[in-house]
Design a protein around this ligand. Structure first.
Ligand SMILES: Cc1cc2nc3c(=O)[nH]c(=O)nc-3n(C[C@H](O)[C@H](O)[C@H](O)COP(=O)(O)OP(=O)(O)OC[C@H]3O[C@@H](n4cnc5c(N)ncnc54)[C@H](O)[C@@H]3O)c2cc1C
Ligand code: FES
Length: 233
C-alpha cells in the first residue's frame, strides 16, 4: 500500500550523499528497505538507516530528483519490505563499503545492548566519500580504509577483515558486489550475513527483475546468510 509523508530534514553527509529524514517513522528490522516513489520519476529501493531516515548517494535520475527536494516536500513510499539482518553473535564486525553503511548503521543502533563488542570496518574511495554519520556513537571501534589512502588505512575493508576474522563470531556486510564476494570468501561463507543489491521494480517478489541465482533479492533478501549464497555470489 502506498503511504505518504513529508520531508522533515535534509543534510549533507558526504560528497554526493545526503540524509533525508521524514515526518513519519516506521517500525523495521535493520536491513529492510522501502520503495520510495516520486511522481514523474518512479520508484526506487532504499535501506532504512532509521525508522524515519534514509541516506542516499546521487547517481542517476531518481536520486538527482530526490536531492532537489527540500524540507516540506511530500514523498510516497511502500514497505518496509524484505528480510533484515538476524542479530547474532557477541563480538561482531560490520563491513561497509561506500553507500552500504545505512543498514549497518541501523543494525548497530538497534542492537547496542545485544552485541558485546562491535567493530565497524568501513571503506570508501576517498576521504570526502566517507559517510559515517554519528555511527561511532553505536559501535566500539571504527576502522576506516580508503582506496587512495586519504583517510585511515590505504586499501579495502576486506584486507582488515582477512587479518582479523578470528576475532569475530558474526560478520555483517553491505556494499559493492566485489566487496561482498570478497567478504564471503574471507569468511568461507560461514558466520556471515550480507545485504545484496539488485535492480528492483515491484519490491514484493512479483516482477522477477531482482533475480540473484535461485533467489529474489526483494523477497528472499536483501539480507542473505552466507551459505545461501554459495555458488550464487
Ligand atoms: C535493497 C536495496 C537497498 C538500497 N539502499 C540504498 C541506500 O540506502 N542508499 C542509496 O543511495 N542507494 C540504495 N540502493 C540503491 C538505489 O536503489 C539506487 O542507487 C537507485 O536505484 C538509483 O536510482 P537512480 O534513478 O538515481 O539511478 P539509476 O539510473 O537507476 O542508476 C544509475 C546508474 O546505475 C546503473 N544501474 C542501475 N541499476 C543497475 C543494475 N542493476 N546493474 C548495473 N547497473 C545498474 C544505471 O545504468 C546508471 O548508470 C539500494 C538498492 C537496493 C536494491
Ligand atoms: S523487484 Fe520484482 S521480484 Fe523483486
Amino acid at each position: 500500500m502506498l503511504e505518504t509523508t513529508v520531508l522533515r530534514e535534509v543534510w549533507k553527509v558526504a560528497r554526493d550523499v545526503k540524509a533525508f529524514r521524514f515526518k513519519r517513522k516506521v517500525g523495521f528490522n535493520a536491513g529492510q528497505f522501502i520503495m520510495l516513489w516520486l511522481p514523474g520519476v518512479g520508484e526506487k529501493p532504499f535501506s532504512l538507516a532509521d525508522g524515519d531516515t534514509i541516506v542516499v548517494k546521487r547517481i542517476g535520475p531518481f536520486t538527482s530528483r530526490l536531492f532537489n527536494l527540500e524540507p516540506g516536500s511530500r514523498v510516497w513510499f511502500r514497505g518496509p519490505y524484505g528480510r533484515g539482518f538476524k542479530p547474532r553473535g557477541r563480538k561482531v564486525a560490520l563491513i561497509a563499503g561506500g553507500i552500504g553503511i545505512p543498514p549497518l548503521y541501523a543494525l548497530a543502533k538497534q542492537n547496542r545492548d545485544r552485541f558485546e563488542e562491535v567493530t565497524l570496518i568501513y571503506g570508501a574511495r576517498s576521504v570526502d566519500e566517507l559517510a559515517l554519520m554519528d555511527v561511532a556513537d553505536y559501535v566500539d571501534e571504527v576502522v576506516v580504509t580508503t582506496d587512495d589512502g586519504s583517510a585511515g588505512r590505504r586499501g579495502f575493508p576486506t584486507d582488515v577483515l582477512a587479518e582479523r576474522r578470528d576475532e569475530f563470531d558474526q560478520v555483517y556486510a553491505c556494499g559493492p558486489e566485489p566487496m561482498l564476494k570478497a567478504v564471503l570468501r574471507v569468511m568461507d561463507y560461514q558466520n556471515v550475513q550480507v545485504s545484496a543489491e539488485r535492480y528492483m521494480k515491484c519490491g514484493i517478489g512479483v516482477c522477477g527483475s531482482c533475480n540473484l541465482g535461485k533467489w529474489l533479492v526483494c523477497r528472499d533478501g536483501p539480507v542473505f546468510e552466507g551459505p545461501a549464497l554459495k555458488g550464487v555470489l
